[in-house]
Design a binder for this molecule. Sequence first.
Ligand code: IPD
Ligand code: CA
Length: 346
Amino acid sequence: MKKHTGAGLVLFPLCNASSLICPMRQLKVKFSRRLCTSREELLLTASPHTTSLSSVKTPNTNTMEDPWQKAYDFAVAVARKAGAEIRKAGESEIRVMTKSSTVDLVTKTDERVEKIIIGSLKEEFGEGTHCFIGEESVSKGEPCILTDKPTWIIDPVDGTTNFVHGFPFVAVSIAFAVNKELEFGVVYSCLEDKMYKARKGKGAFCDDDPIQVSDVKEIKKSIIISEHGTDRSPEKVKKIFSTMQKILCIPVHGLRGSGTAATNMCLVACGSVEAFFEIGIHCWDIAAGAVIVKEAGGILLDVDGGPFDLMSRRMVSANNDVIANRIIKEIEIFPADRDDAPIQKK
Ligand code: IPD
Ligand code: CA
């Protein structure tokens, strides 16, 4: 039941998170089958993870050859911890606020979880040595500039609208870039309890199972994901729907949207859909997913067919170039300010 209060605040008690997790566990077994039959039994008996960060063991790797393995392992543990916080927060009332528009939602959980993630990373890697681009920090005025320095790109709660409404796809997204190149990405779909992860050159995984994009090349045999974003200006919405109509009428097998860009990209990576595209997403929504799609054998392009640019707020991710370019033919492009655009003084 939803309770409306004064002062523009709306309180939503989220449905009991544990009742969401159990059915998703069943799904996990079903969807994982074609990738990892041998782990079905394990998945069936899996218990909720309760990783404490201090228990994360850094593997004995040669740091010269593999300098970011420790950071990668730590990111996985932090994402799991953040996901547990989100699940717990979903069991009590959620205080909803808005950002750029009345449909751009944010909650205390988004802010708190980002603080936990960045705080843990700073504690582990030292204040000042690494940079951070976090959705909620940027919305409070922190810069959103990608430099050559080691930089963490974080969306603490991807799918805030889903979180508020109890729609069961919510992800923690953590990526790491050095010299402006993405080194690894971790997406923890925390209500499904699925940990997607990938390191540059080392493949992509869901939990410990390798994942791969689908081999479909015929657009008419594809499922495509897109989202509507949070800008509801009529001209943009018209273009979004016109693009969707054209793609639907190709015809494709279906159009979908999970409500989290990070999860959408993981669905491309594990072959459940052929492509996901959106204009208006931010770097923190897609940075981790970009590594995962690429390492799963997929492709990333700009919506005009040019090279993918993380800060451009436009992206097509697909299983291959044939599907990507067919989608690109239909996309009606509309303007979106870059993430690293200079902040306009009011
Ligand atoms: C949003 C989700 C959504 C996408 C929006 C994003 P948030 O992120 O990823 O799928 O369509 O563009 O802003 O606000 O839930 O972190
Ligand atoms: Ca978010």
